[in-house]
Write a protein that binds this ligand. Sequence first.
Ligand code: ATP
Ligand code: MG
Length: 421
Amino acid sequence: MSNKIQAVRGMHDILPEHSPAWQFLESTLREVLASYGYQEIRTPLVEKTELFSRSIGEVTDIVEKEMYTFDDRNGDSLSLRPEGTAGCLRACIEHGLLHNQVHRLWYTGPMFRHERPQKGRYRQFYQAGVEAYGMAGPDIDAELILMASRLWQRLGIAEQLELQINTLGTAEERLAYREHLVVYFRAHHEQLDEDSRRRLETNPLRILDSKNPDMRALIAGAPVLADYLGEISSSHFRGLTTALEQAGIAYTVNPRLVRGLDYYSRSVFEWVTQSLGAQGTVCAGGRYDGLIEQLGERASHAIGFALGLERLVSLLEHTAIPVDTAPHVYLIRVGEAAEQAGMLLAERLRDAVPGLRLVLHCGGGSFKSQFKRADKSGARYALIVGDDEAAQDRVSIKNLREEAEQLSLSWGDAIDYLAKV
Ligand code: ATP
Ligand code: MG
């Protein structure tokens, strides 16, 4: 009978074979963010439930049905964070970072949503997010998009991604638009699916975001928000598109792009790929000026985006990743004296050659079995210490990847030799 415990459904392990892609993604991301002056912030995985219901919105998919919510022992309702924007803003308000200040921030870590697990959709998944506070835009809107675009270039996945942008106007403009939208959808009530009928009463803009193909034609005929924008919102959007054009960033205006969260206003954008099937959005974001006031702080400006790291790693797995995590050296040692000498030599080498990746064979075994391990490790060189070598403070070096003569070197010469690899 098997009683092995398995991971929670939708919560996946990232096994060592996938780590090079994750590390390449994360280190490249850090470099790109640093090159634009963004600073890291870390916030708790758990927040008061109210933070999410007040910011993301009561009638969004996330708050309605996707949150991991539980009562703490003292009766407070807490939730695992489903995204990072709310917690980041909460932290900045709590620590007085927003008043009359400008901040460029980023974070990364796991997020939790109780969704139906499938490829590219998990219940615990990683996001990296960027938030910029105190800037009215549209220059900062453009900076965020340029920064994402530079990231795609550096990752080697730019060709697989397409940028879609839209403007959601202000809350007042959306209210006016909403009325026309409701009139339109009411007139076609019999064509609405069940979800959309519900949304018609609660959050009609979200109907535009429906993933149901049967709804596509109806949605295509709906009024567009752009026709209800005032001059300030229109010129903000023009400012963004002009900046993108000047920077040579290709984009498509998608008037149906509404985003699933309630807090957005004006610029919204998504980077999508055709390479990953249905879950094709790898980066999504937009401006959310209103949220700051909604969380009880004096009004200011905010814009951000979030990257879905699992989806980006899937894209990277189709490309060559320029990271090598295999050891440089595998140290083989057979015999009692050799075992002692080998461990000393390994430490000596690590002192002398920072950055050297050296695996010391542990657990004994014959030369033959240790060589097999060395080969399997992917190491370029095997260092070999037998009792003869140990007695003379020498070591043999064998290149495991190319035809070359095996060398016998003093420890000092071995250090010099490996310092060059
Ligand atoms: P979707 O329409 O795919 O549900 P969303 O609008 O809910 O996305 P956001 O909240 O904007 O997504 O999250 C930003 C990004 O995080 C998404 O574009 C996606 O790449 C990733 N993401 C969101 N939910 C999940 C999930 N359950 N599993 C893996 N990645 C996710
Ligand atoms: Mg979602």
